[in-house]
Design a protein. Structure first.
Length: 285
């Protein structure tokens, strides 16, 4: 387990967390797990996570909404709560910036930065099934606006969403990521890659800038495998939230359909969770 930070009672400052997060991207490969609420964030810190990232889908599902339906002010409040409630650098899954217009996007990015994040991601997906991606020139303009608004100390990740929105054109993804890198993105990310050659192509196309790879399902890779391909950062998106939902759905279906309780045998013991949060509260006094 990772030694608890801030034993003197002082949480690391926002500036210190931003410096630490940027340094994590300098070499090697690190895991960036995605909590969906404050409790899961604190437990990930306890397990040794060096940083965490929010998950838009995980938050949405917890609020009874589909992904993409959470309003900007609600998401900003969630991000601020994770920042305030952990000692770790926090990366915000900030969707498309909750804006079409680059100026409005920049305003929202400034609000996200003011919440204390160490990093944030902006994607090129529009949310419109008919036109799922912003045209390249507009997507680049949006990254450039986010870069200017974020400042120099916040890690800006630019996402090319083609593989997630039904446009699995690797050449287009590479073109977009290279353009985003030139526009000032610190880290590049193409969620939905599933093959070694695709991942290697992305890493090579934007080198020496770091690449984030999404592993939200068991598709045959380990962190060691990804590190060997040159990946710098590995996140799981909504994977942990969906794993928790998986346990809930199995137990709830059994309870309501059969009136039995066998699935509850897999539940984390009450004493373990209550003991952890009791100790956590004591540490934070």
């Amino acid at each position: 387990m990772r030694a608890w930070r801030g034993r003197s009672g002082r949480m690391p400052s926002i500036a210190e967390r931003r410096t630490e997060f940027r340094q994590l991207h300098a070499d090697g490969c690190f895991v960036l797990p995605n909590p969906w609420d404050l409790g899961s964030a604190r437990y990930l810190q306890y397990l040794g996570a060096r940083a965490v990232a929010t998950t838009s889908a995980g938050v949405a599902f917890a609020l009874g909404e589909p992904d993409g339906a959470v309003a900007c002010d609600v998401m900003l409040a969630h991000i601020a709560a994770i920042v305030a409630g952990t000692d770790l650098p926090v990366n915000a899954d900030f969707g498309n910036g909750f804006a079409e217009d680059p100026e409005q996007l920049a305003q929202h990015v400034r609000q996200c930065v003011a919440a204390g994040v160490a990093g944030l991601s902006i994607e090129d997906a529009t949310g419109d099934r008919g036109t799922p991606l912003y045209p390249l020139a507009q997507a680049v303009e949006r990254v450039r606006a986010a870069r200017q608004a974020a400042g120099d100390d916040v890690v800006l990740t630019a996402r090319a969403e083609g593989f997630l929105v039904g446009r699995p054109d690797l050449d287009d993804v590479l073109t977009r990521l290279q353009a985003f890198a030139a526009a000032g993105a610190d880290c590049l990310y193409a969620p939905g890659l599933r093959h070694r050659d695709e991942i290697a192509a992305v890493v090579g196309a934007v080198a020496p800038k770091p690449v984030n790879v999404l592993m939200s399902a068991p598709i045959g890779f380990t962190v060691t495998d990804l590190a060997a391909l040159g990946v710098r950062r590995v996140s799981v998106g909504s994977g942990l939230a969906r794993a928790a939902w998986g346990g809930f759905v199995r137990a709830a279906r059994e309870l309501l359909a059969r009136g039995t309780f066998e699935a509850l045998a897999d539940a984390t013991p009450f004493a373990e969770l209550d003991g952890f949060f009791t100790a956590d509260k004591s540490r934070r006094r």
